[in-house]
Design a protein around this ligand. Structure first.
Ligand SMILES: Cc1cc2nc3c(=O)[nH]c(=O)nc-3n(C[C@H](O)[C@H](O)[C@H](O)COP(=O)(O)OP(=O)(O)OC[C@H]3O[C@@H](n4cnc5c(N)ncnc54)[C@H](O)[C@@H]3O)c2cc1C
Length: 417
């Protein structure tokens, strides 16, 4: 059976009618006890399992997923990856993630199609330009490759954009991160799943965690639709379901769940080789490798667990797209969908041990947690293995909502994806 992907194995399998490939991961029945359990088979949960095994040698691990791998937000997002955040704590965290993405395909032996095509955020007024200059200065001090561009430089990057004098939102410049980009969302989930499985992790799909096993004031495992599974270390990576799961564990999280939507056009030849955000229109767009325009906007501001799109949000996003790229108005829309995102009051994640000892939190990534999958996994694995924070995650502990040391990225960088 062939496991490793390489030119040699491709040639070998080509001669063997592709019959020798091993399934990317096994489908084992759960054991009664593990050294660590991860709830949620999205990117964060699968990455946690991989780094537990790879970095800490903890391989007796189960990832428990109520549906299918990547069926949550990991398989529903628009895949923007960048590290140009305002606060030093965020910049350090997201930059670590970007660095991990840069080597991820090689590390996982799986092509996650990470394309560093750059992210350009348009600036539309003199006031915004002043703030953009301050942001870029702060980002550069944090060591992030962020640049302030004038309108001529923006035109070179996205010639198709409406820079005409008649456009509703005149562009005065832009904020650019050249190392930012996009990756293939399900490849990230599958790559981590395959690599974790190879290291011995059990990935258990179609198995819902319904309760926590709590003994002596500690989390001792979970009750699932396939029965009880015990472990003294459990982590929660369930995105939009975080507050519901916290309630089962007996505490409240400062998280509100919203629907975030996106859509794609029919595929066309390459017209856009970067990611463009326009805060004035609340819309952003990139072009997938298949040629589809991937279009997204802000959250639907009604708290909800609806995992589907709706027409009012679509209207807002598409009218924004028309302000940016009037020439794509004739394209057909192929699909629209929604995911449930977990938004905190300061738009930063919550990481660390929860009020229930033995239960670790990796949640609150809201609308921006695809870019942080590698670091979310790496840091959660560190916490589970060592029982304490890594320096990178200490500022993101739940206790910041008591101490008041918030990391308000909504106010800081003001952009969400
Ligand atoms: C439309 C949209 C666009 C986005 N765009 C971007 C973007 O451009 N860039 C970016 O960085 N981020 C983006 N995001 C956010 C990003 O997708 C998420 O922050 C990220 O995917 C969260 O990953 P996760 O692994 O924590 O959660 P998920 O991928 O949602 O995985 C959680 C898993 O937990 C499972 N689960 C839940 N409850 C249980 C239970 N009781 N038992 C067992 N399993 C359970 C779910 O089925 C799910 O598979 C976007 C999100 C959406 C919806």
């Amino acid at each position: 059976m062939t496991r490793h992907y390489s030119l040699l194995s491709l040639i070998k399998e080509g001669f063997a009618n592709q019959k020798g490939w091993k399934p990317a991961w096994r489908s084992p029945e759960p054991k009664s006890k593990y050294d660590a359990i991860i709830i949620g088979g999205g990117g964060h949960g699968l990455a946690t399992a991989y780094y537990l095994a790879k970095n800490h040698g903890i391989t007796n691990v189960a990832v428990i997923e109520k549906g299918w791998l990547g069926g949550g937000n990991t398989g529903r997002n628009t895949t923007t990856i960048r590290s140009n955040y305002f606060y030093p704590e965020s910049a350090a965290l997201y930059e670590r993630s970007l660095q991990l993405y840069e080597g991820l395909s090689k590390d996982l032996n799986y092509n996650v199609m990470f394309s560093q095509r750059g992210v350009l955020t348009m600036v539309h007024s003199k006031g915004e330009m002043e703030i953009a200059a301050r942001l870029v200065n702060a980002m550069q001090i944090n060591g992030i490759d962020s640049e302030l561009l004038d309108v001529e430089a923006c035109k070179k990057i996205v010639p198709l954009y409406d820079f005409s004098a008649n456009s509703r939102f005149q562009v005065l410049g832009g904020v650019w991160q050249g190392r930012a980009g996009v990756a293939r969302h399900d490849a990230v989930a599958w790559g981590y799943a395959r690599a974790a499985d190879r290291l011995g992790v059990d990935i258990i799909q179609n198995c819902e965690v319904t309760e926590f096993l709590i003994e002596g004031g500690r989390c001792r495992g979970v009750m699932t639709s396939k029965g009880p599974i015990r472990s003294d270390k459990v982590s929660l990576s369930v995105a939009g379901n975080s507050s519901q799961m916290a309630a089962k564990a007996g505490f409240r999280l400062p998280v509100i769940s919203y629907t975030l939507q996106a859509c794609v056009s029919e595929p066309v030849k390459p017209i856009l080789d970067t990611v463009v955000l326009a805060p004035a229109t609340a819309t952003y767009v990139s072009q997938s490798d298949k040629g589809e325009l991937v279009i997204g906007g802000g959250i639907d501001r009604v708290p909800s667990y609806a995992q589907r799109g709706n027409l009012p949000a679509l209207e807002v996003v598409l009218s924004g797209l028309m302000e940016m790229f009037p020439t794509v108005g004739q394209l057909k829309l192929m699909r629209q969908w929604g995911g449930v995102v977990d938004v905190t009051p300061d738009s930063s994640p919550i990481m660390g041990e929860s009020p229930l000892p033995g239960l670790y939190l990796n949640c609150g990534w809201g609308t921006g947690g695809f870019k942080s999958i590698p670091v979310g996994g790496e840091m959660t694995a560190y916490m589970m293995a060592n029982g304490k924070h890594h320096d990178l995650t200490r500022p993101f502990d739940l206790d910041r909502f008591q101490t008041g040391r918030l990391i308000d990225e909504a106010a800081g960088s003001g952009i969400a994806h």
